[in-house]
Design a protein around this ligand. Structure first.
Ligand code: SF4
Length: 350
């Protein structure tokens, strides 16, 4: 089965009804479409609410743009001093090598810039300029390769970039953000894994996974190849309506990640990307889910629930909060809530 890249292919293969074709063509004209076989195989075409289809099959609802939605919801552009670099926090930068992904998520916060015909891949000259920028700023401790999806690049190109980054003395940590292990697990060959594992500098791989079904046997094997090679795996998930917004699904997802040696890192609140209102939840739903996880799952399975503040102000944890200050005049008295919802004074009343 090929990767489906057009609205026509999506309808022809039964992932959307034919009468939606004109609307889906309008969606595909604006936002890139790619549904690779590894994910298409997971979709139950008879389930109108299939959580895999909701994430990857274009939907006419994407034409509904809300006033509060932003073309650059997390403010990358405001922090891009040279092509390919986003420098939002003092000690780390994003390095965007390519605008191409193995799959195009319908809620992507970079949907206006990812895909063929959007931004161009970083040229050799632009990459050298980006590396010069990093080299000349000793406060940059970590470089995060993001995208597009860096793991769509060849092992040769990745090896070259990783080696050049690792050679910068003050860069101590490298991180790669990717969806390839679930979208195209066969790409994670031993050669590609060797290419991203550089000597002397730890490499973290943050995997974007939103539903436990994405962790197929092939995806688990790809994760195992990375973990066995000494790469540290982190999980990033986006909270999505109808995909993972129930305690059962979210618990299953977090446990599945940990079983694959992927430490849940962030649960992102859905960004205000254009045409994604049908997939966003409210923050109260996210906080209730986090409380449900706290009550029933190991500490290893707890992500931090974060909001990327629109406008480029960075991420903030958004609760829920278990601690409330009581008393007055600066007395350090608190009430802390346990995982059963019971409240306790701290320090305890003597
Ligand atoms: S893989 Fe990442 S960058 Fe690519 S479409 Fe999905 S969320 Fe966006």
């Amino acid at each position: 089965m090929p990767t489906f890249r057009t609205a026509q292919q999506i309808c022809d293969h039964g992932f959307a009804p034919n009468e939606q074709l004109p609307a889906l063509e309008a969606v595909a004209a604006r936002y890139a479409v790619a549904l690779p076989p590894a994910l298409a195989d997971l979709i139950d075409p008879n389930d109108p609410h299939d959580p895999i289809a909701r994430q990857f099959v274009p939907d006419a609802a994407e034409l509904d743009h809300r006033p509060q939605e932003l073309s650059d919801p997390i403010g990358d552009d405001a922090h891009s001093p040279v092509e390919g670099i986003v420098h939002r926090y003092p000690d780390r930068v994003l390095l965007k090598l390519t605008p191409i992904c193995a799959v195009y998520c319908r809620f992507c916060f970079r949907r206006e810039t990812v895909g063929p015909g959007k931004a161009t891949a970083l040229s050799a000259a632009a990459l050298s300029a980006a590396l010069d920028y990093i080299r000349s700023r000793p406060k940059i401790w970590e470089v995060i390769l993001t995208g597009g999806d860096p793991l769509v690049l060849s092992a040769r190109r990745l090896r070259e970039v990783m080696k050049r980054l690792a050679a910068i003395e003050h860069v101590k940590v490298l991180r790669i953000h990717t969806r390839v292990p679930v979208a195209e697990p066969a790409r994670l060959t031993a050669e590609l894994v060797r290419a991203i594992k550089v000597k002397g500098k730890p490499t973290y791989v943050a995997l974007h996974i939103n539903h436990p079904r994405e962790l197929t046997a092939a995806a688990r094997a790809a994760c195992a190849r990375m973990a066995d090679a000494g790469l540290v795996l982190l999980g990033q998930s986006v909270l999505l309506d109808g995909v993972n917004d129930t305690p059962q699904v979210m618990s299953d997802l977090m446990r599945a990640l940990v079983e694959c040696r992927i430490k849940p890192y962030y649960l992102h609140h859905g960004d205000l990307a254009p045409g994604t209102a049908h997939l966003r939840t409210d923050i109260a739903t996210g906080q209730d889910l986090m409380r449900a996880l706290r009550g029933r799952l190991s500490g290893l399975c707890q992500p931090t629930y974060v909001l990327d503040i629109p406008g480029g102000y960075g991420k903030s944890p958004i609760g829920p909060d278990y601690l409330a200050r009581t008393g007055s005049n600066g007395a350090a008295h608190f009430v802390v809530e346990d995982f059963n919802g019971r409240r306790h004074h701290y320090p305890p009343a003597g």
